[in-house]
Design a protein around this ligand. Structure first.
Ligand code: GDP
Ligand code: ZN
Length: 373
């Protein structure tokens, strides 16, 4: 059962239209950059935010309704696919009843993962996130190395990570878990919760202010849905079910969605980061391993891999017990993985570029045609 929650109270329709729309868009997480980018559109264009994706069609939140639309041929030929959380421009022609996505507005953050088997390109799984809750749980799931991996991915996305250790009620020594986590987390906040008992949730409040967008990532079973349910106050929110069918009427299940919490924050449920791959997270490694990066500035070689090179300050730090050896190994493994991914991406990109140039002329013509219609 899926639910989409309407964000706009009825009374808002009494307000002057312009302010109304702008306020509503801000409630959906719209920012200045997007507002500026949209300002060059005049005519039958309206902005909205992608709440979920069903193979080729998208549910888009508008200030006062949710519509299901496709993308323009021009956008498709440019290889541009909206992701959940994207702000998009719809061409809206009430006379013909036709509405479609013709543009994707600039993203303030992009959460992606490596997509093996499609030429190495990264798949965008959610856009315009402000904060990502990396959820783990006391017990079997708890694994510092996995947390480092998630941190790298989230740091690379441009969103702010927060580590949530859930199921504190079953932890033998919850404080020890927090301490161990804080040791690898750098500046990332660590929050201990029990979604089942409703404890610790208040500590998430500061990351859930109105107009911000958060996503929850983490292994299945750690309590993400339970957390979201605890944060939702069903008595305040009007909810309705949306059943998902693809074009042939088959029920689909791979839906990601965006909805609002009573506190005004938007949440992306299940953004599909199950088995997390590093994707293009190389950029996030320096932030995730800031301690290693700092020692590395004293290595003799600038491209030191801290793998037996002479004059390696990181190895020295490990020997001196300043960095746990497993942490260095984890770092090295992730660097290798990111390099491999980058190589795959490079090959994939070249292929994509070729395809793009072939289509770009045609796409431009098509776009003009659609605009002029
Ligand atoms: P998800 O796959 O991450 O969405 O995990 P779910 O929210 O479906 O939770 C998986 C299981 O863990 C369910 O049986 C929940 O009842 C249980 N669970 C969730 N949060 C807690 C918690 O704080 N403490 C305990 N003991 N169990 C929890
Ligand atoms: Zn070194």
């Amino acid at each position: 059962m899926k639910r989409i929650i309407m964000t706009i109270p009825e009374e808002s329709s009494n307000q002057p239209e312009q302010t109304d729309t702008t306020t509503a868009l801000h409630e959906l997480g719209w920012d200045e950059k997007q507002e500026n980018a949209f300002s060059r559109y005049t005519g039958p264009y309206i902005p909205g935010r992608v709440a979920s994706r069903h193979k080729t069609v998208f549910d888009v939140l508008l200030p006062d309704e949710t519509v299901r639309v496709g993308t323009s041929g021009a956008l498709r030929r440019l290889g541009k696919v909206p992701a959940v959380g994207d702000f998009v421009v719809l061409l809206d022609q009430p006379e013909t009843g036709s509405r479609m996505i013709v543009d994707i507005l600039p993203r303030r953050s992009t959460l992606s993962r490596g997509a093996p088997g499609d030429g190495g390109s990264c798949q965008v799984i959610a856009a315009n996130l402000d904060t990502v809750f990396i959820v783990t749980a006391a017990g079997r799931d708890f694994n510092l190395r996995r947390l480092e991996r998630y941190l790298a991915v989230v740091h690379a996305s441009g969103a702010r990570p927060v580590i949530v250790i859930n199921k504190s009620d079953v932890a033998e020594d919850a404080d020890a878990l927090v301490e161990e986590t804080a040791a690898i987390a750098g500046d990332t906040p660590v929050v201990l919760t029990s979604a089942r008992e409703g404890s610790g949730l208040a500590a998430l409040g500061p990351f859930l202010s109105a107009g911000t967008t958060v996503a929850l990532v983490g292994s299945s079973g750690v309590g993400k849905s339970t957390l979201i349910n605890a944060l939702l106050d069903d008595t305040v929110q009007e909810t309705f079910d949306v059943r998902d069918y693809d074009e042939r009427g088959r029920h689909t299940t791979t839906v990601r969605q965006l909805f609002s919490l009573p506190c005004g924050a938007m949440v992306i449920d299940n953004p599909g980061v199950r088995e997390i791959q590093l994707g293009n997270a190389a950029a996030g490694l320096a932030e995730t391993f800031a301690d290693i990066a700092e020692f590395a500035t004293d290595c003799r070689y600038r491209d030191c891999r801290h793998d037996g090179e002479p004059g390696c300050a990181v190895q020295e730090a490990v020997n001196a017990g300043l960095i746990p050896e497993e942490r260095l190994l984890s770092y090295q493994r992730l660097v290798k993985e990111a390099d491999f991914q980058a190589e795959k991406d490079d090959i994939g990109l070249k292929r994509l570029e070729k395809k793009k140039y072939k289509w770009i002329g045609k796409a431009a013509k098509q776009l003009n045609k659609e605009k002029g219609r």
